[in-house]
Design a protein around this ligand. Structure first.
Ligand code: MG
Length: 377
C-alpha cells in the first residue's frame, strides 16, 4: 500500500514508533495493528451505549458514539484514499477519537470538568489518550494499547499548554505551534462533517427541527431546492436522506478540492514538511467554512438548546455531579479495583490523584450504567 501513498503521507516507514518496542506485525501495517487494538478494546465496545446528542435510551434510531465513530472513519477513509493519504492511520484515529468521552455526551463532559475544576479539570481528548496509553489493560508487559505516535498524535486534537508540558514529545506541537500530520488533520475535520450532518439527521428524525426551518441556511436551501425539483412528491424521510447525503457530499468535495490546492501551494516534501507548514493543509474553502459555522450555529440554537435536549442535559449534569461527590467522599463505594487505585493514588499524590481515578471511573461509564449507579445510591 505504501507505494501508492503521497510522499507527505504518514507511513510505517516514517513512523515515530511505539513507546514500548515490539516486533513488526506479520500480516498488517503498524496502523492496521493500531486499529485492531482499538476495535478490541473495552472502551470501544462501551461507545455503543454512550450518547452523541440523544441519551441512549431515548430511541434506537439515533446516533451513539459508536455509530458516530464509524461515520467519521468512513468519511475520513474516503478522503484519505482520494488524496493518497494513509487510510489505515486515519481509520485508527477516527475509531479512537472519542474513547475518552463520558456518558451523556457534552453534558457529561462539562459536568465532570466542573467537578474536576480543583483537580486539574477533565478534557475528553486528553481522556481518550489516557484510555489508550494507560487505562486499557490488555498486555502483560505494559499499560495501555501501546499505539504508534501518529495515532496518538491524531487522538490528541486539542490540549492546554499546561497539559502539553506533561506530555513530552506528543505535547510539543502545542508548545511550538507546529501542525500534526495530514491524517490527524483529516480525522479532525471528518469528525465535524460527520456530527454536523448526522445531528441534522437525528434532529429531523426526532422532529425537534424541521427541514423548512433548516432551509434558512443558504447551503441547505440550495440543495433542498435542487432535490425537490428533481424529485417532486418525495416523502419526508426520503427528503431528509437526500438533503443529508447531498450536504455530506458537498462538504467532502470541497474539503478534497481545497486541501489539494493548499498542499500544492505549500508543496511539503514529506511529513515533516506538513508538520512545519504555516497552518493546517486540510480544510475548507472560505465559503464552506462559513456554511459550516452557520450550520453549527443553527444546531446549537435549535437542537442542542432545544428544551427537550436541555432537560436531558440537566439530568445528566445532576447524575455525574452526584456520582462524583459520593465517590469522592468515600472511595469504597466504587468497585474494589477503582477503590484501591484511588486510595493508592491519593496516598502517593494527594487528593488530586484520587480525584483522577474517580474521574476515570465515571468517564468509563455508559449512559445506562451511570443511571443505574445513580439510582443505586
Ligand atoms: Mg467525535
Amino acid at each position: 500500500m505504501d507505494g501508492d501513498l503521497a510522499p507527505y503521507a504518514a507511513s510505517p516507514a516514517n513512523s515515530r514508533g511505539r513507546r514500548h518496542a515490539e516486533d513488526p506485525p506479520a500480516y498488517r501495517s503498524e496502523f492496521q495493528r493500531d486499529r485492531d487494538r482499538i476495535i478490541h478494546s473495552a472502551a470501544f465496545r462501551r461507545l455503543v451505549y454512550k450518547t452523541q446528542v440523544f441519551v441512549n435510551h431515548e430511541g434506537d434510531l439515533y446516533r451513539t458514539r459508536l455509530t458516530h465513530s464509524l461515520e467519521v472513519a468512513q468519511i475520513a477513509r474516503t478522503v484519505a484514499r482520494a488524496m493518497r493519504l494513509n487510510e489505515d492511520l486515519v481509520e485508527a484515529i477516527s475509531l479512537a477519537h472519542d474513547l475518552g468521552h463520558t456518558p451523556f455526551g457534552h453534558a457529561g463532559q462539562d459536568a465532570l470538568n466542573a467537578c474536576m475544576r480543583e483537580y486539574g479539570g477533565f478534557e475528553h481528548n486528553l481522556q481518550s489518550l489516557r484510555v489508550i496509553d494507560k487505562l486499557e489493560q490488555s498486555h502483560a508487559d505494559f499499560d495501555g494499547l501501546n499505539l504508534t505516535f501518529e495515532t496518538r498524535e491524531g487522538i490528541l486534537k486539542h490540549c492546554s499548554v499546561a497539559n502539553a508540558r506533561q506530555l513530552g514529545e506528543l505535547g510539543e506541537r502545542f508548545l511550538n505551534r507546529t501542525q500534526p500530520g495530514l491524517e490527524a488533520q483529516l480525522a479532525n475535520v471528518a469528525d465535524e462533517i460527520a456530527y454536523n450532518n448526522h445531528d441534522i439527521d437525528d434532529g429531523l428524525r426526532s422532529r425537534l427541527i424541521e427541514l423548512d426551518q433548516l432551509a434558512e441556511l443558504p447551503i441547505v436551501a440550495l440543495q433542498l431546492d435542487a432535490i425537490r425539483k428533481r424529485n417532486p412528491g418525495m416523502n419526508r424521510r426520503q427528503e431528509t436522506h437526500e438533503v443529508v447525503r447531498a450536504l455530506i457530499g458537498e462538504f467532502v468535495t470541497d474539503l478534497i478540492d481545497t486541501s489539494r490546492r493548499r498542499i500544492e501551494a505549500a508543496a511539503p516534501q514529506d511529513i515533516d514538511g506538513v508538520r512545519s507548514a504555516a497552518g493546517p493543509l486540510i480544510g475548507f474553502s472560505d465559503d464552506f467554512a462559513t456554511a459550516r459555522t452557520e450550520l453549527k450555529q443553527f444546531l446549537r440554537d435549535h437542537l442542542y438548546r432545544h428544551p427537550r435536549v436541555a432537560e436531558m442535559t440537566a439530568q445528566a449534569r445532576d447524575i455525574v455531579t452526584r456520582l462524583f461527590d459520593v465517590y469522592m467522599s468515600d472511595y469504597e463505594r466504587m468497585p474494589d479495583e477503582y477503590a484501591k487505585r484511588a486510595r493508592d493514588s491519593h496516598e502517593s499524590g494527594g487528593k488530586e490523584d484520587g480525584a483522577r481515578v474517580v474521574a476515570d471511573y465515571i468517564a468509563g461509564m455508559t449512559d445506562r450504567f451511570a443511571m443505574q449507579a445513580h439510582a443505586g445510591l
